[in-house]
Design a binder for this molecule. Structure first.
Ligand SMILES: [Zn+2]
Length: 234
């Protein structure tokens, strides 16, 4: 059996500019190759992930880096521009994400796991869970019309796989090169210093470990969000 993403519209909602590369870019590449429309919504600027030698106007630098990475994938990019560490589950931010969903009209959303390591990831998870529901609710009005059905929601793996029990795996061997090329676009972050391990090592270690669990070389791990109308039978 092979997952088929054709006719789907797949959007990843991530906290920071390089999270998609680490957690779901291989799956987005598979969706793209199957003919799906793909997009990445990045909620925060990445403006506080400073390397040892601080970079002036890091938010603008990271915006250019994430645009280059999304271009390699051929995915649409939406940057919401929240400052790192400031993301919270609030009504205005829910409304913003609801409108993002109503414009792109995803059939599948890839979102952070609620227990991932960073408070922005945790807030992104709560916002994504809320907005995948309310985007299909006519009573929650924004500029665009409500979706007819809420999109399916998959939780992505946590960074370094901590306390995440995968529900299923997507084989990404064919797109490992692309994942690493996309990651290399994030020059300001690739070797940030001693406060974060080198990102290429994190990516390869995680895809290799998840692949080994599923008896393939490289994989990304996900779990269906166990939420009414966002869980699917395949
Ligand atoms: Zn992050």
């Amino acid at each position: 059996m092979r997952l088929d993403f054709s006719n789907e519209r797949v959007m990843a909602v991530v906290a920071h500019p390089d999270d998609a590369e680490l957690l779901c870019a291989g799956t987005l590449a598979r969706a793209r190759d199957d003919g799906a429309a793909t997009a990445i919504c990045v909620l925060c600027q990445g403006d506080r992930g400073q390397p040892e030698t601080p970079i002036e106007d890091l938010g603008a630098v990271r915006r250019r880096e994430m645009a280059a990475a999304a271009k390699l994938l051929g995915a649409g990019l939406l940057a919401c521009g929240y400052s790192d560490g400031s993301l919270v589950d609030s009504v205005p931010t829910r409304r913003e994400l609801i409108e993002v969903f109503r414009k792109f009209r995803p059939t599948l959303v890839l979102g952070h796991a609620p227990n991932d390591y960073h408070s922005d990831h945790q807030a992104a998870a709560r916002l994504t869970e809320a907005a995948t529901w309310f985007c299909a609710s006519r009573g929650h009005q924004t500029s665009s019309s409500a979706l007819h059905h809420p999109p399916a929601l998959w939780h992505m793996d946590t960074i370094e796989m901590i306390d995440f029990e995968p529900g299923f795996y997507v084989e990404v061997g064919d797109s490992m090169r692309l994942k690493l090329q996309m990651l290399s676009c994030h020059k300001s972050q690739v070797a940030r210093g001693d406060d974060f391990p080198p990102l290429a090592s994190v990516l390869q270690r995680q895809a290799g470990a998840r692949g080994a669990q599923a008896n393939v070389e490289f994989a990304e791990a996900f779990r269906h969000a166990p939420l009414m109308k966002r869980i699917r039978a395949w």
